[in-house]
Design a binder for this molecule. Structure first.
Ligand code: ADP
Ligand code: ZN
Length: 744
């Protein structure tokens, strides 16, 4: 290897530029004591007058720049690489695939504390308690140290506190705690972090039914003799997919390898963790967005050291360092939360498939309503398709009926037949679940006289009325204001609520069914950390009679007693401008309907709609995913839409309406032309103004992925060089989204 004096470090630096930067190891002086760091090591580098944490992606002897132009790094931060060669390869691939700056991808793959330059090895967390001395002393003794006094008062209420609990406290709390420790008022515990391991119970094993066993048998050979195979487990709701994952993970663990289970954000419930834990007695790490930076670092560390044999996590857990990874499972693979919607817009499922391929291990994608991308791969044979057609509990899939809103009056969003069905279900002491994907009390406030409606002054959107707090809120930008007493346009009329959100329906249900316990689950009722879990537990334990909620309620949860599911409005999405809208609506309806009748009693689903004749509902009523998917795929193929054509969207936004479009027009004219590529005209986004910014977009479609990538990459390179283009780009916020999920 080259000597330290001649070595050039190629470093990924977290800046929005699609390139790496070269540095020297040291300026001059005695090199004999210096060791050349390994690829994958972090270094602190000088960058535009700042110090940034970069990652060495290559070590080389030559640079395009002359040596005297290269700067030395300040410091090498690690004695061993943060990432192994596989993860580095994954990072490189992602930067190429998503046309993203490699420094932003390396940042994404690192826990926050490592991005900030902290030590690779996690430091144990500390917690503090009031000591006996502290408890028996008079707090007046602290009157000259007000911060210490305030902190001691907090300890009197809180028993134990950790660093995270002081986030709101002004600076200086650390010194105050140190002083209190010194005086003997507080005791300190060092928390020895432990992995979740299976409990002392005997390993519980459910006997798989024939379909489940068939799926396991099918995959077993590629676990025994690892090989990349992508499997799509298409199982109806309640068919026992989770049991299949667990059985397969058990086999992987038996071969001495680690497993990664990716789940959607709201699918990662304590119930799921308990289920896995009870059946796989092994150290397990959990990774999700609610962890503190310290907890996250620790989970990452346990995965990397091999101490954790199973990692369960949400989107970014796809980067978990797992030196002995033997299989990846992606549950609810169709779920939109796997796609990151800002920064590097990656899709964790697709990254997971690439990772499995690179490692030569199997991957299993599970869903009751697979994404059309995965489903098409199963049809074409690129993925192996495994089907679970029956519910594991032998319950029948529910009967689905439509309620024609053209014929039926609505009161507070409920039609008479739905009210009757609710009443009957409650009379039989069974649970009802109502689905309405709109929170708040009313989505629109209108003047009874002049018919003026209240809109957000920063968005092209109505303000939602929240009755309990008597405030108007914009659900797009967070703007909030007190609801006015009367119309400000005509200065006279009374304001009336138009349409209904979950709060209005909740109120109506309470009035109509005073003896029933109504549980509302939406973003407003679950703002506190842990609140969603509490409500979901109440829901599944039968502590409520009517569950009312948005999408939060619909996904993956097991509510054993629900016998009736009502969908209050299924029409958003039937006639939408977004080409994926009906796919998403179908997924939602199947998920919601899937909550009904999961045990002995047969369930029933009632859907209120203004379009009962729409063929869409035939597939819904028949639970015919295959028929619906074939229809959609034929449409997509005819228009060369994904998964048959490849999309990228260039988005721009600006406080000046013209600037976003101007940037995109210039972009369109400078994107290289190619027979396989079409670049549409720039258009305003469907909701043009949001949070005071005008948004516009440019769609690129290509017949082959390679064309899309090479043209978009060439254009990005051009933009980095071209001064006029850079100037336009500097005036807007822009982003490029490869494989966009939504066309806005
Ligand atoms: P899915 O993930 O496909 O919706 P789950 O794995 O949650 O389904 O299973 C639904 C219910 O069926 C769970 O309560 C589970 O314990 C039960 N179950 C799954 N497999 C079996 C089986 N082979 N025998 C009995 N019950 C099962
Ligand atoms: Zn707004």
């Amino acid at each position: 290897m080259a000597s330290p004096a001649t070595v050039i470090l190629e470093v990924a630096v977290p800046v929005p530029l699609r390139r790496t930067f070269d540095f020297l190891l040291m300026a001059d002086g005695d090199m004999s004591a210096i060791e050349v760091p390994a690829v994958g090591t972090r270094v602190l580098v000088p960058f535009g007058g700042r110090k940034l944490v970069g990652l060495i992606v290559a070590i080389k002897e030559y640079s395009d720049l002359p040596r005297n132009k290269l700067k030395p790094v300040f410091e090498t931060l690690d004695t061993e690489p943060v990432f192994d060669a596989h993860l580095l390869q994954l990072i490189r691939w992602m930067a190429g695939y998503y046309l993203a700056p490699i420094g932003e991808v390396t940042d994404l793959a690192m826990p926050q504390l490592l991005r900030q330059g902290r030590e690779l090895t996690p430091v144990a967390e500390k917690q503090w308690r009031l000591s006996d001395h502290g408890r028996s002393s008079a707090i007046e003794e602290l009157h000259r140290a007000p911060l210490q006094l305030a902190i001691v008062k907090r300890f009197m209420k809180a028993q134990v506190l950790r660093a995270v609990d002081f986030k709101q406290q002004s600076g200086g709390w650390r010194q105050a705690v140190a002083a209190l420790l010194e005086k003997g008022w507080l005791n300190e515990d060092i928390l020895v972090p432990e992995l979740i391991a299976g409990g002392p119970v005997a390993e519980k094993q459910i006997e798989l039914n024939a379909e489940q066993a068939g799926a396991v048998d099918h995959i077993r050979p590629v676990i025994q003799h690892p090989q990349f195979v992508s499997n799509l487990l298409h199982g109806v709701t309640g068919s026992g997919k989770t049991e299949v994952y667990i059985a397969l993970m058990r086999e992987v663990l038996a071969t001495g390898r680690q497993c990664l289970l990716l789940v959607p954000e709201i699918g990662l419930t304590p119930q799921l963790i308990t289920r896995v834990q009870e059946q796989l007695i092994c150290p397990l790490a959990v990774m999700h967005s609610a962890l503190t930076p310290g907890e996250r670092h620790l989970a990452w560390w346990h995965a990397r050291s091999g101490a954790a044999r199973v990692v369960i996590g949400t989107r970014s857990a796809v980067f978990a360092p797992l030196p002995e990874l033997g299989m990846i499972v992606v549950d609810e693979e169709h779920d939109g939360s796997f796609k990151q919607q800002d920064g590097v817009r990656y899709h964790a499922r697709d990254v997971a498939v690439y990772r499995a391929k690179m490692l030569g291990i199997p991957i299993l994608l599970g869903s009751a309503t697979p994404s059309l991308e995965s489903y098409q791969h199963a049809i074409s044979g690129r993925y192996q398709r495994l089907a679970l057609r029956e519910r594991a509990t032998r319950a029948q899939l529910p009967e689905v009926d439509l309620l024609d809103l053209n014929q039926l009056p609505l009161s507070d969003g409920l039609s008479p037949p739905l009210i009757e069905a609710i009443s009957n279900t409650l009379a039989q002491s069974q649970q009802v679940m109502l689905y309405l994907n709109r929170r708040g009390f009313a989505p629109v406030m209108m003047c009874a006289d002049c018919r003026h409606t209240l809109s957000c002054h920063r968005c092209d959107s109505h303000l939602t009325y929240h009755q309990r707090i008597n405030r108007l809120r914009c659900h797009h930008c967070g703007y909030e204001a007190k609801a006015p007493e009367h119309c400000q346009a005509c200065d006279n009329g009374a304001l009336v609520e138009v349409g209904e959100g979950t709060q209005r329906v909740e109120q109506a249900l309470q009035q109509r069914f005073p003896d029933a316990r109504v549980l509302r689950i939406d973003r407003d009722s679950t703002r506190r950390r842990g609140e969603l879990q509490e409500l979901l537990e109440q829901a599944s334990s039968g502590a409520a009679d009517i569950l009312l909620g948005t999408q939060l309620l619909s996904k993956g949860h097991d509510f054993p007693a629900v016998a009736l599911v009502g969908v209050l409005n299924a029409d958003q999405g039937l006639y939408s401008t977004d080409f994926r809208a009906s796919e998403h609506l179908f997924q939602q309806l199947v998920q919601v309907a899937g909550r009904a009748g999961r045990r002995a009693q047969a369930g029933r689903v009632l859907i209120q709609t203004r379009f009962p004749e729409h063929p869409f509902f035939d597939w819904v009523k028949q639970h015919d995913f295959a028929g619906f998917a074939e229809h959609l795929l034929a449409q997509r193929q005819a228009h060369q839409f994904p998964p048959f054509g490849y999309f990228a969207i260039l988005r721009a936004e600006s406080t000046h309406q013209a600037k976003a479009l101007q940037f995109l027009r210039h972009a369109k004219s400078s994107i290289p032309t190619h027979t396989g590529l079409s670049v549409l005209d720039p258009v305003p986004a469907p909701m043009e103004r949001r949070a005071g910014r005008y948004r516009a977009q440019l769609l690129l479609t290509a017949s082959r992925r390679s064309i899309l990538h090479s043209c978009a990459a060439a254009w990005l390179d051009h933009m980095a060089e071209d001064a006029a283009m850079r100037k336009l780009a500097g005036a807007v916020r822009w982003s490029l989204d490869v494989d966009p999920l939504d066309l806005y």
